[in-house]
Design a protein around this ligand. Sequence first.
Ligand SMILES: Nc1ncnc2c1ncn2[C@@H]1O[C@H](COP(=O)(O)OP(=O)(O)OP(=O)(O)O)[C@@H](O)[C@H]1O
Ligand SMILES: [Mg+2]
Length: 582
Amino acid sequence: MITAYCPVKGAQWGIAVKMDAEELYSPVNRQIILISSIIIVLILFGTFGIVLLLRPLTGALQKELAEREQAEDALRKSETQYRGIFNSASDAFLIMNLRGKIVEANPQASKMYGYSHEELIGLHAGKLIHPDYQHIFEQFKEDLQTSGEFYAESINIHKDGSPIDVEIRGTVFDFKGKKHLLAISRDITGRNQAEEEKRRLQHQLLQSRKMESVGRLAGGISHDFNNLLSAIIGYSEMAMEELPHNHPVREKIKIISEAGEKATALTRQLLAFSRKQVLELKAVNLNTIVRNMDRMLSVVVGEDVLLELHIKSPVRNVIADPGQIDQILMNLVVNARDAMPCGGSLIIETADADLDEEYAKSHEGARPGSYVMLSLTDTGEGMSREVQERIFEPFFTTKGLGKGTGLGLATVYGIVKQHNGYIWVYSEPGKGTMFKIYLPVAGGEVEEAGEKECPVVVRGTETVLVVDDEPTIRKLIADTLQPLGYRLLEASCGGEALQTGDTFEGKIDLLLTDVIMPGMNGHELADALKIKRPEIDVIFMSGYPDDVITYHGVLKRGETFIQKPLTPRRLALKIREVLDRK
Ligand SMILES: Nc1ncnc2c1ncn2[C@@H]1O[C@H](COP(=O)(O)OP(=O)(O)OP(=O)(O)O)[C@@H](O)[C@H]1O
Ligand SMILES: [Mg+2]
């Protein structure tokens, strides 16, 4: 129930009205219900409409979501793939920021530079570059900023300080949303070493070919020289003998003869270099040879140089001509002395040496096998690389005019090569020089060479058949032998000699023949003559024993050889030596 009271102005009373609440509110309630129903209906319709309207939109959203997921999936996959490549690459990958600080590196980078992954991250890339190549790093940054590309060969540095030859490629790329530099480094140390080795071997080959041709030239010259020298020395010697002791011309002839001797020594060196000397090979022991020469070598080096022998006793025997080994030692010792004008030390060493495949590969022309090594090490002035490359060339000398002929080492080289050996030089300017010689080992006992005495020329009465295409040589031989009592038969070629062999009725004791002649050579002549006259002795003579072609520079057993230039004395002695063998 709801009551309302209102006093009436000026009166003592008022009006009071009373009404049932339900009756009072019922029209209002009806309105409220109506409005609410309309609102609910409107909301329902609105929601339905919105749902209807939004339906295509949510589909697109879902699709987009699915696509995004797929893309992320693909990205993850490709990132895994790239990381796989990055991690397993055989080149070092370094990602750095624009200032050069490393932000990512692959395992190969750690392996190549010796730093752990943690150590690499944050390290400045300049630290990995050799101090002498820092400019390359600057170039790297500059090129990448300008052209976006970079390539160079350089030297990097390992954590332990050792240098690494590298080939570097660079590029710019976005990494974690920012511009970064990528350096891909490849270790080319091995490749460079292989190339260097190849270059060295090619150079060695070229060098030995050059020596070969110079050798042939030298051999050719010495052949002609020896024939001329035979006449000069031979007739000087004869003239001296014919002149009375106090004759004034004797002095002049002596000078001619001495000059001839010097020229002979020179020619002999040339022959040694051209490897055309006839070797008398036998098994010898280098220790014995070195010890026998010790006294003489000490005198040669002089008081200021300390000569030490480091001899590993015993060493195996080698196949060699002992006289030639003496010459090697002498030439090398004289050179060492000249390299130490203010004194120093010279060590001569011998040792057994077995050269393996590895050694042969790295030394042009060397064959693996058993050798004996002979080395001479001095503390002298040493040589530059340029000098070292030329020392074995004949006539190459750095010594002043009249001081060196430049044939010493050329001779040594020739002798070593003719012995199937090797010679190498190691030298540094200001530090010293080492020559190492390897000679092939022989089997069997050493034949020790006995003392040589100076024999007297003995006369003879035997018949000698002289064959030489050079009339001067035939005359020289006749002038030498006839006064000594020999009977001489002469021929200018093999055919003529064979004819003499057929027609001459008496015994021919000795055939003295040149080896290289037009037509039949000396060896063929000897063989043909021996068919009818098997008892005949043979001496081959030559200034250019290229007949060496037939016996490779070494005499066959039982054959005798005399080297031109001939001197009357040497010839007479050799003839007696052969004839007296019987
Ligand atoms: N032990 C050494 N130390 C430094 N340099 C050397 C040595 N041996 C040789 N040489 C250099 O090699 C060059 C050639 O030597 P080689 O023996 O062939 O000729 P040479 O000594 O000059 O003259 P020659 O020996 O004919 O009298 C020498 O001039 C010298 O420059
Ligand atoms: Mg010399």
